[in-house]
Write a protein that binds this ligand. Structure first.
Ligand SMILES: [Zn+2]
Length: 99
């Protein structure tokens, strides 16, 4: 079983977004959804579909995607969005795996 450092991940997300972030891992999500998010000015929820995010790699990648939505304040996608997701994923990993 993979141990995810949820608190560390949460803290990284909060630092990057300036919002209070709640991370959830759920089995009760449609199968075609990997993750989702909801956000207001100060708070955000990131919900990961447990069935699709079993590894640390997938948890971080999916969190980066949702965090990008939260930082940009939009649910829209595109090539620029995808580039930013990669950058955010790298930033998260740098902090997350820091000794
Ligand atoms: Zn998305």
């Amino acid at each position: 079983m993979t141990i995810i450092k949820w608190i560390k991940l949460k803290n990284i997300c909060e630092e990057m977004s300036g919002k209070t972030i709640h991370l959830h891992s759920s089995t009760d999500m449609p199968d075609d959804h990997i993750a989702g998010c909801e956000f207001t000015l100060q708070n955000a929820d990131i919900i990961l579909n447990m069935r699709h995010t079993k590894s640390e790699e997938m948890v971080i990648r999916s969190t980066a995607h949702e965090l990008n939505h939260i930082i940009k304040g939009t649910k829209e996608h595109g090539s620029e969005f995808d580039m930013e997701c990669i950058q955010i994923e790298e930033r998260i990993k740098k902090e997350y795996f820091k000794k």
